[in-house]
Design a protein around this ligand. Structure first.
Ligand SMILES: *[C@@H]1O[C@H](CO)[C@@H](O)[C@H](O)[C@H]1NC(C)=O
Ligand SMILES: *[C@@H]1O[C@H](CO)[C@@H](O)[C@H](O)[C@H]1NC(C)=O
Ligand SMILES: *[C@@H]1O[C@H](CO)[C@@H](O)[C@H](O)[C@H]1NC(C)=O
Ligand SMILES: *[C@@H]1O[C@H](CO)[C@@H](O)[C@H](O)[C@H]1NC(C)=O
Length: 352
């Protein structure tokens, strides 16, 4: 309700587009942002987030649990994709054919206090046909080591991941959920070392199976987390009726389309461009009809109001049921985030 309040206020406030206000700041905070993001290097939206967003938009199934990510069937309402900011490392002591050693660095500072990590997936992308084992029997080995955030960038003891491939190309996905469960969030940084090597091959001197580092295209880390809003309680929602839009003086939902460009947010909200938020307006007259969803207190208040209209106001027409929407946006660190926000759309009003 506060979010909607804020949005409606923002819509009506002409000063908002020019200078940040206390109210906008507190609204952004409730959206999990420290300030209004102004993306400097907006990266393209990762296809996986677009697909998820489009799917939700195509089927805004309000019965679906908004605190679960269907695609992976895990709890969560926030999906972020972090780009790797690590550098290539000198190869050090060659053991067999060490092709590549790279630091993977993910700045996780965008995660908020109290968010719970429920899934982590690392994606390594290679240019087409980058690494191919040159001789039969030879394989490429890929290892991923944890690195202490403060220590030197040297592989730790045991790899988190160890896999062999006949060739590396296109995209490889690694499930790091178990590995990061307890470590990632408090650290705020995630540092890993990636090594790709070729097993010592057959006799003779095979040509190096190692491609140059330019064969390596991109690395990203997708995290699903459960924000505090979702942890509060397992809420139940029924499918709400669409607001009836005929004019009437009685308390009921009214149509309100909020355009993010009207509130000066079009730079950082990628999609949607706006949404049907609605609002509540109308009278709560005596005697209160059952469909006005009033409280006992409101019933008594209308009785008193009917006796003394000057002394006691009518009860207020306010949202009593709201539903969530998904928003795709850039956060304060230019990460692309898909987040499910509760209480963004008024479905039903009541006299309170
Ligand atoms: C994050 O990484 C930076 C750079 O490597 C380092 O200076 C800093 O101490 C790290 N922060 C934490 C909380 O680990
Ligand atoms: C990832 O690993 C976790 C923990 O090992 C497991 O519960 C989960 O099902 C895996 N997820 C996928 C998408 O494979
Ligand atoms: C991580 O990102 C935050 C926010 O963009 C920034 O303030 C901080 O300096 C970054 N930390 C590192 C180690 O790059
Ligand atoms: C009150 O709730 C009922 C269902 O619980 C709903 O059909 C009705 O539209 C609501 N009244 C208003 C004014 O929204």
């Amino acid at each position: 309700m506060w979010i909607l309040h804020g949005l409606a206020w923002a819509l009506l406030s002409p000063v908002l587009a020019t200078e940040p206000s206390g109210q906008e700041t507190s609204l952004l905070k409730s959206l999990g942002l420290s300030a209004k993001p102004s993306p400097k290097n907006p990266v393209p939206v990762p296809p996986v987030l677009w697909r998820m967003f489009q799917k939700r938009k195509a089927r805004p199934d309000k019965e679906a649990n908004s605190c679960r990510v269907e695609e992976w069937n895990v709890p969560g309402n926030i999906v972020r994709v972090f780009a790797d900011q690590g550098r290539f490392l000198p190869e050090g002591q060659p053991q067999g054919w060490l092709c590549l050693r790279k630091l993977l660095f993910f700045n996780l500072s965008a995660l908020e206090e109290g968010e719970r990590l429920t899934m982590a997936q690392l994606e390594l992308q290679f240019h087409h046909n980058s690494y191919q084992s040159p001789s039969p029997g030879q394989v490429l080995e890929l290892r991923l080591y944890p690195v202490s955030p403060r220590g030197p960038p040297r592989p730790g003891r045991r790899p988190l991941v160890e896999r062999s491939f006949v060739r590396l190309h296109k995209s490889l996905l690694f499930n790091l959920s178990a590995a990061l469960k307890d470590s990632a969030i408090p650290g705020r940084n995630l540092t890993l070392v990636l090594e790709i090597s070729a097993s010592a091959g057959a006799s003779g001197t095979p040509r190096s199976p190692c491609a140059g580092t330019d064969a390596f295209e991109a690395t990203s880390l997708l995290l699903v987390t459960l924000g505090q809003q979702c942890q509060a309680a397992g809420r139940k929602r029924r499918s709400p009726p669409s607001p009836p839009l005929t004019p009437s003086p009685l308390c009921k939902p009214r149509r309100l389309y909020i355009s993010f460009s009207d509130v000066g947010w079009e730079n950082w909200i990628i999609a949607p461009r706006g949404y049907l938020a609605n609002y509540c307006r109308g009278d709560c007259p005596f005697p209160l009809a059952a469909e006005l969803n009033s409280t006992n207190h409101a019933v008594l208040q209308t009785m008193v109001h009917s006796l003394d209209p000057q002394g006691t106001p009518q009860p207020c027409c306010v949202p009593v049921r709201l539903s969530p929407i998904s928003i795709l946006y850039y956060d304060n660190s230019d990460n692309v985030v898909l987040r499910h926000y509760e209480d963004m759309v008024v479905d039903e009003c009541g006299c309170r």
